[in-house]
Design a protein around this ligand. Structure first.
Ligand SMILES: [Zn+2]
Length: 239
């Protein structure tokens, strides 16, 4: 790899390489000049073990993924999560209705409702990321000049827990609000750990930033609900 912006996963010091190739087939893991531990032990590990450590929110695993890999799936992951969330909400919207009616024309309106849910889920995710980034930008200190692109990638990647919504989509009726709440909590925990790792800041600042993001997400959801109601009212007036 021709990059020089690696980080030691133990002490967060910059490193120029993760391993050295001695040309005779011998690869040696580079030791950190600051803490004398391997710069990134995870380059030898199985991806499943890295994933388990990431699920456990280990700082080292987050540093490995966010600084020492060029994992470039955040936009695809983001689209996947938005679609899952939209489908789950859309199916919850109709789960209370009696099914089996020969009213197939209604399906077209239901399809539009699904697009509406996709738009709503995208809006909420944008509001969340926007809220976190604006808050971190407004906080005085060393966080201010940090790369927005790096933070955004970290936030989107750390939303991977939303993939747990897939089982919720498959077994939609067996899924309780408690499970959905736990998924949300897990995603928010990962988000705050990602912010903490990127900025190398205190846990409290990362938690507050994620809290601000959640607040702006809720405000966006409320505002779009109000807008939908007022559109329905206007339509009802003209009918
Ligand atoms: Zn180190």
């Amino acid at each position: 790899m021709g990059r020089a912006d690696f980080r030691c996963i133990e002490c967060n010091e910059p490193a120029t390489e993760l391993h050295r190739d001695y040309r005779n087939g011998i690869l040696k893991i580079t030791l950190c000049g600051s803490c004398q531990k391997p710069v990134d032990k995870y380059i030898e590990y199985d991806p499943v073990i890295i994933l388990i450590d990431a699920i456990l929110c280990k700082t080292q695993a987050f540093r490995h993924i966010l600084f020492n890999t060029s994992l470039d799936i955040h936009w695809k992951l983001c689209a996947f999560c938005v679609l899952c969330e939209a489908y789950l909400r859309w199916s919850l919207l109709h789960s209370s209705e009696p099914s089996g009616h020969p009213a197939d024309i209604i399906r077209y309106t239901k399809e539009w409702e699904f697009y509406g849910m996709v738009a709503l889920a995208s809006l909420e995710l944008s509001a969340f990321c926007g809220g976190v980034l604006c808050f971190l930008w407004a906080v005085p200190g060393r966080h201010r000049g940090h790369h927005v692109r790096l933070l955004l990638r970290a936030l989107l990647l750390s939303c991977y827990g939303k993939a747990l919504l897939v089982p919720a989509v498959i077994w939609e009726h067996d899924f309780s609000p408690l499970c959905l709440g736990l998924i949300k909590l897990f995603v928010l925990t990962s988000n705050s750990q990602a912010v903490r790792v990127i900025l190398n800041c205190r846990r409290r600042l990362a938690l507050v930033a994620v809290g601000v993001g959640l607040l702006s997400e809720m405000l966006a959801a409320r505002a779009s609900q109000r807008l939908a109601w007022s559109i329905q009212d206007t339509e009802a007036m003209f009918d």
